[in-house]
Write a protein that binds this ligand. Structure first.
Ligand code: NAD
Length: 549
C-alpha cells in the first residue's frame, strides 16, 4: 500500500484506514484500482464498482475527461479535485502529460485561478497563517501532520504580473510544489505550501463576498517585518533544516527578506534567483546559435524588479567568470523601468537598481533606449503586455543579425510579444524565449518551436539537490551551476528549430542533472554534513518520488 507517512510512526494493520475512510484518504485511495484481494481485506467490497482498473487506464480516463472540458479554468478545478481525491494518480497524470498540464496547474492558468480562487475554492491545501495568528505561529505549525522539508511561501502581494491578490495567491505555492513533485520527484509529503495572509490592498477582493482572506489592509513596516520574523523562526524550529522558497512577494519585501535570511537560513527567492538561472541558460543557448560571447553582449531589460535585477546580477557574475571585469560587465547591462532608462542621478532609485544606474542621459521610453544603446538582447520582465511592439522588434532586427528577444512576463496577457510576432517582425531571425506557452510558428517555410523560459526548468532541480544534500544555505553559485547544466541539456536539434530550452517531457532527467550539479556545489563548499556520495546522479535519483500504487 502506498502509505506516504514515511516520517511518522509506522501504521499497524489495526489502525490502517479501511472502507469509506480509506477511499476518502487521498494519500491511500486507488479508486477502482484496488484489487479483489485488497477490496476483501480492506472492507471495500460493495463500495466500488466491480470493474478493476490499472493506474494507466485511470490516467487515460482522466485525460479524456480533461480534454473534453471547455475551459482551462475548469481543467484546473478538475485537476485540483483529482489531487484531493487520489494524490498518486494526480502526479502520474501530471508527470506523463507535463507539456499539456503544466500550463494548467501553473502559468498561465494558475493566474486566472488565483483571481477566482474564492469562487473555485474547495478543499484547503497547505497552511494559511494570518496576521491574527501573531504570537502563536509556532503552535499553528504544529498542526501540520508531516515533517516538511520544503516550504513555498508567499504573502500574495505580487502574484505573477497580476499584482496584489492577497490570500487568493495561495494557488502559486500549491502549483509550484506540485511541479517540485512532478518535475523533480520531491516527495509530496515533504512539501508544505504556506500563505502568509497579512491582509490585502486589493479593494475588489476586500469587497468580494467570496474572498477567502483577511478583510483588512496589509500589515506594513515593523509589524510586517516582525510577522515575517516570527514565521521564519517558527518554521525553522518546527521543521529543522527546512528549505524555504520565497515566492511572489512584492519587490520592496523580496529583496529585503532575501538579504536578511540568506546568510544563515536555507532560503532562496525563485522570482529573483530561479528566474536568473533560467534566463542565463537561455542566453547560453542563444549564443551557441549566433556564435557570440556572453561578455560581448549588451543587454537591455524592460523592467527593473526582482526578475530583471536577479537576471542581471547572475549575467554579470557569468560575464566575470568568463573574464570580464565587474565594471565592464555592469556597463553591458541596462534597465528600463516605468520611468524610463535607469541612469545615475535619477532621484529615488531603489537599492537593487543602483548597480545598473549608469552615467547616461535620461531616456524616457524603451524604443529610444534601444535606438540609443543598440542592445544585442532585450529581456521583457515588466509585466507590460505588448511592450515589444512591431517597431521594437524590427529595430532590434536592423542592427542584429540574430537579435535575442526574451518576452518572459506572465501570464500570457502580460507577455511583451507573442512568438508569432517575435518571428514575423524579425524575418524569423529572433532567438526567442517566452514566459508563456506558444504553439509552433510556421514562417517562410520553416517551423519554429518556441519554448518557455520558465523557472520550472530550474527550481525543482535546485530544490531536489538542496534537500537531498541537506545543504544549510542556497547560494548563487548553485544557480549558476543550474544554468550551465540546463543549457548543456539543449541539443542541436532543439537549437535548429529555434528552441532555447530542452523539451519539457525531459524535465525529470534535466532536474536530476541540475540536482546533482547543485549537490556538487554543496559538498565542494562544505555546506552539508557528511562526505559527498560517489555518484551524485544516483544519489539524487534515490530521493525521487515516482507516483505509482
Ligand atoms: P516586479 O514587480 O519586481 O518588477 C516589475 C518591474 O517592471 C518594476 O521594476 C517596474 O518598475 C517595471 N515596470 C512596470 N511598468 C513598466 C513600464 N510601463 N515600463 C517599464 N517598466 C515597467 O516583478 P518581477 O518579479 O520582476 O516580475 C515581472 C514579470 O516577470 C511578471 O510578469 C512575472 O510573472 C514575470 N516573471 C516571469 C518568470 C518566468 O519564468 N518566465 C519568472 C519571474 C518573473
Amino acid at each position: 500500500m502506498n502509505r506516504l507517512d514515511r516520517f511518522s510512526a509506522p501504521s499497524t494493520a489495526s489502525d490502517s484506514p479501511r472502507g469509506l475512510t480509506l477511499l476518502r484518504d487521498p494519500l491511500l485511495n486507488k479508486g477502482t484500482a484496488f484489487t479483489e484481494q485488497e477490496r476483501a481485506a480492506l472492507g471495500l467490497s460493495g463500495l466500488l464498482p466491480p470493474c478493476i482498473s490499472t493506474m494507466q487506464s485511470q490516467a487515460a480516463r482522466i485525460m479524456t475527461n480533461l480534454r473534453s472540458l471547455p475551459s482551462d479554468l475548469e481543467k484546473y478545478v478538475a485537476l485540483n479535485a483529482l489531487h484531493d481525491r487520489n494524490e498518486a494518480l494526480f502526479f502520474r497524470v501530471v508527470c506523463d502529460n507535463i507539456d499539456e498540464i503544466q500550463p494548467i496547474i501553473y502559468t498561465p492558468t494558475v493566474g486566472l485561478a488565483c483571481q477566482k480562487y474564492g469562487l473555485i475554492f474547495q478543499r484547503p491545501r497547505g497552511m494559511f497563517i494570518s496576521a491574527k495568528d501573531r504570537g502563536q505561529i509556532a503552535d499553528l505549525l504544529k498542526n501540520w501532520p508531516y515533517k516538511a522539508k520544503l516550504i513555498v511561501v508567499t504573502d500574495g502581494e505580487r502574484i505573477l504580473g497580476l499584482g496584489d491578490l492577497g490570500a487568493n495567491g495561495m494557488g502559486i505555492p500549491v502549483g509550484k510544489l506540485s511541479l517540485y513533485s512532478a518535475c523533480a520527484g520531491v516527495h509530496p509529503e515533504l512539501c508544505l505550501p504556506i500563505m502568509l495572509d497579512v491582509g490585502t490592498n486589493n479593494e475588489e477582493f476586500l469587497n468580494d463576498p467570496y474572498y477567502i482572506g483577511l478583510r483588512q489592509k496589509r500589515l506594513t513596516g515593523e509589524a510586517y517585518d516582525a510577522f515575517i520574523d516570527e514565521f521564519m523562526t517558527a518554521a525553522r524550529a518546527t521543521f529543522p533544516g527546512v528549505l524555504i522558497q520565497f515566492e511572489d512577494f512584492a519587490n520592496h519585501s523580496a529583496f529585503r527578506m532575501l538579504d536578511r535570511y540568506r546568510h544563515d537560513a536555507c532560503v532562496f527567492n525563485d522570482d529573483i534567483q530561479g528566474t536568473a538561472a533560467v534566463a542565463l541558460a537561455g542566453l547560453f543557448s542563444a549564443l551557441r546559435v549566433n556564435g557570440g560571447k556572453l561578455n560581448e553582449q549588451r543587454l537591455l531589460f524592460l523592467g527593473a524588479g526582482e526578475a530583471a535585477t536577479g537576471i542581471a546580477d547572475l549575467v554579470v557574475s557569468a560575464m566575470v567568470a568568463e573574464g570580464a571585469s565587474e565594471a565592464e560587465a555592469l556597463k553591458r547591462t541596462w534597465l528600463v523601468d516605468s520611468r524610463g532608462l535607469v541612469v545615475g542621478g535619477r532621484a529615488g532609485l531603489s537599492g537593487h537598481k543602483l548597480r545598473y544606474a549608469h552615467d547616461h542621459a535620461q531616456v524616457s521610453d524603451f524604443l529610444t533606449a534601444i535606438k540609443t544603446l543598440k542592445p544585442t538582447a532585450i529581456i521583457g520582465v515588466a509585466a507590460v503586455g505588448g511592450a515589444f511592439t512591431p517597431e521594437v522588434l524590427r529595430t532590434m532586427a536592423e542592427f542584429n543579425e540574430r537579435p535575442i528577444v526574451f518576452a518572459l512576463s506572465n501570464p500570457t496577457s502580460k507577455a511583451e510579444c507573442s512568438a508569432e510576432e517575435a518571428y514575423r517582425h524579425t524575418e524569423g531571425r529572433a532567438l526567442f524565449a517566452c514566459g508563456s506557452p506558444y504553439d509552433p510558428v510556421a514562417l517562410n517555410g520553416k517551423t519554429f518551436v518556441p519554448r518557455q523560459g520558465n523557472n520550472s526548468y530550474i527550481f525543482p532541480g535546485v530544490g531536489l539537490g538542496a534537500i537531498a544534500s541537506g545543504t544549510k544555505l542556497v547560494t548563487d553559485e548553485m544557480f549558476m551551476a543550474a544554468a550551465h547544466t540546463l543549457a548543456d541539456c539543449v541539443g542541436k536539434d532543439d537549437l535548429d528549430q529555434g528552441s532555447l530550452y530542452p523539451a519539457l517531457p525531459r524535465i525529470r532527467e534535466v532536474s536530476t542533472k541540475i540536482a546533482a550539479a547543485v549537490a556538487q556545489v554543496v559538498y565542494q563548499r562544505g555546506l552539508a554534513d557528511g562526505a559527498a556520495p560517489n555518484d551524485l546522479a544516483s544519489f539524487v535519483q534515490s530521493h525521487m518520488y515516482d507516483p505509482h500504487y
